[in-house]
Design a protein around this ligand. Structure first.
Ligand SMILES: *[C@@H]1O[C@H](CO)[C@@H](O)[C@H](O)[C@H]1NC(C)=O
Ligand SMILES: *[C@@H]1O[C@H](CO)[C@@H](O)[C@H](O)[C@H]1NC(C)=O
Ligand SMILES: *[C@@H]1O[C@H](CO)[C@@H](O)[C@H](O)[C@H]1NC(C)=O
Ligand SMILES: *[C@@H]1O[C@H](CO)[C@@H](O)[C@H](O)[C@H]1NC(C)=O
Ligand SMILES: *[C@@H]1O[C@H](CO)[C@@H](O)[C@H](O)[C@H]1NC(C)=O
Ligand SMILES: *[C@@H]1O[C@H](CO)[C@@H](O)[C@H](O)[C@H]1NC(C)=O
Ligand SMILES: *[C@@H]1O[C@H](CO)[C@@H](O)[C@H](O)[C@H]1NC(C)=O
Ligand SMILES: *[C@@H]1O[C@H](CO)[C@@H](O)[C@H](O)[C@H]1NC(C)=O
Ligand SMILES: *[C@@H]1O[C@H](CO)[C@@H](O)[C@H](O)[C@H]1NC(C)=O
Ligand SMILES: *[C@@H]1O[C@H](CO)[C@@H](O)[C@H](O)[C@H]1NC(C)=O
Length: 293
């Protein structure tokens, strides 16, 4: 994909620099849409790009879309990103950004998509991200973060897709914020230090299609109602500390189930068959001649 950039020549020297940077940014297989009042456009072939986010980007007050993922951008995420007040989409995943997530990102009240995954960040998730009340999709995996998922995420009521993964060293995170996010279709919280019993309010998320809580330390039994949700298709609960038996009934919708590496026991339920995608390894099931198939 090429970058289309609206710019009117002649360019002043600072605009020229900005133009250069934007060409650099846009030429990464990625795109910047600057909804300016300008009339010209430029197309640049794709290439892998390096560098930092230039402050000159603030000269594009109508910028509503910044997508520079899958490059080699580095340096800290600048606080001035929080001044791009029209941004609806910010995607910087799969670069080499370092340092903390600036709390100023919480000023971007129009963001509907935020993607930060696969960078070399540090620090914790700022509670200010809970101010992004229009956010529908959030992707923060493999960023080098630590600490808890802030409880302010309970404000993100428009959220449909949440993917957070690989948070280390913190005290344990709570799932309570999920209670408010009634529109969730995808909830992926992998390896984020979740503890405690499997929460019953997950079953109240009536649009949920994919639930992945793998690589945490959830304890207690799997609620039978989880397997009877109308919408749920994919369920991944591998590498937790769940015990008890597998629910004996399952909705038709639920087709992919990973319960590997837990402490589940008992007999395999009668709905188990080869048309389903199942992974039950490394548990403590009782196998007998009628349920080995
Ligand atoms: C650019 O467009 C915006 C909104 O469409 C308008 O408010 C602003 O006055 C325009 N600026 C110029 C320099 O034409
Ligand atoms: C864009 O700018 C170039 C260089 O000034 C000019 O040749 C071209 O005609 C312009 N295109 C449009 C669509 O305005
Ligand atoms: C960003 O906005 C804040 C508050 O309006 C302002 O104080 C600051 O100078 C702005 N930063 C830049 C780099 O323009
Ligand atoms: C990423 O940044 C680190 C320093 O923060 C540097 O050592 C490394 O070479 C960078 N990697 C790439 C692919 O740019
Ligand atoms: C977690 O702690 C270990 C040991 O103190 C440290 O090496 C590692 O960098 C920390 N990771 C994060 C993401 O803070
Ligand atoms: C959820 O989705 C519905 C239907 O798309 C929409 O009407 C509603 O405003 C959304 N938000 C919340 C918080 O329910
Ligand atoms: C998981 O939680 C249980 C009960 O709180 C605890 O005994 C166990 O050590 C934890 N396991 C891990 C890997 O943290
Ligand atoms: C899952 O848990 C098992 C048993 O504790 C462990 O051997 C395995 O390495 C874990 N898998 C991953 C990918 O961490
Ligand atoms: C063997 O498995 C079936 C089906 O899971 C179960 O109904 C039966 O009780 C099991 N028999 C024994 C001896 O555990
Ligand atoms: C596995 O089940 C057997 C028989 O019920 C029990 O004695 C054993 O403690 C269980 N092991 C684990 C790791 O739960």
């Amino acid at each position: 994909m090429a970058l289309r950039l609206m710019m009117k020549p002649p360019l002043s020297s600072s605009k020229g620099l900005l133009f250069f940077y934007l060409v650099v940014l846009f030429s990464c297989n990625q795109s910047i849409n600057a909804q300016t009042n300008q009339t010209n456009s430029t197309t640049v072939p794709s290439e892998d790009k390096r560098g930092v986010i230039p402050e000159e980007i603030l000269e594009l007050p109508y910028l509503d879309f910044l997508k520079i993922d899958k490059n080699f951008f580095s340096g800290p995420l600048p606080a001035f990103i929080g001044n791009l007040s029209r941004l609806g989409l910010l995607s910087i995943a799969q670069n080499n950004f370092s340092g903390p997530i600036p709390k100023e990102i919480g000023n971007l009240k129009k963001l509907y998509l935020l993607s930060l995954g696969n960078n070399d960040l540090s620090g914790t998730l700022p509670p200010e991200l809970g101010n992004l009340v229009e956010l529908g999709e959030l992707y923060i995996n493999s960023c080098g973060l630590s600490g808890e998922i802030p409880s302010s995420f309970a404000n993100l009521k428009e959220m449909r897709i949440v993917r957070i993964g690989d948070i280390y060293n913190g005290s344990s995170s709570s799932l309570d914020f999920v209670r408010n996010l009634k529109n969730l279709t995808d909830l992926v919280l992998r390896n984020v230090l979740l503890t405690g019993n499997f929460p019953s309010y997950i079953m109240e998320l009536q649009s949920l299609q994919k639930l992945d809580l793998s690589f945490n330390n959830l304890t207690g039994q799997i609620p039978s109602t989880l397997f009877n949700m109308n919408s749920l298709i994919y369920l991944f609960l591998g590498n937790n500390s769940l015990s008890g038996s597998i629910p004996s009934q399952k909705s038709e919708t639920l087709q992919t189930i990973d319960l590997s590496y837990n402490f589940l026991s008992g007999n395999l339920p009668s709905w188990v068959n080869s048309r389903l995608q199942l992974n039950f390894v490394a548990n403590n099931f009782t196998l007998n001649s009628s349920n080995i198939r």
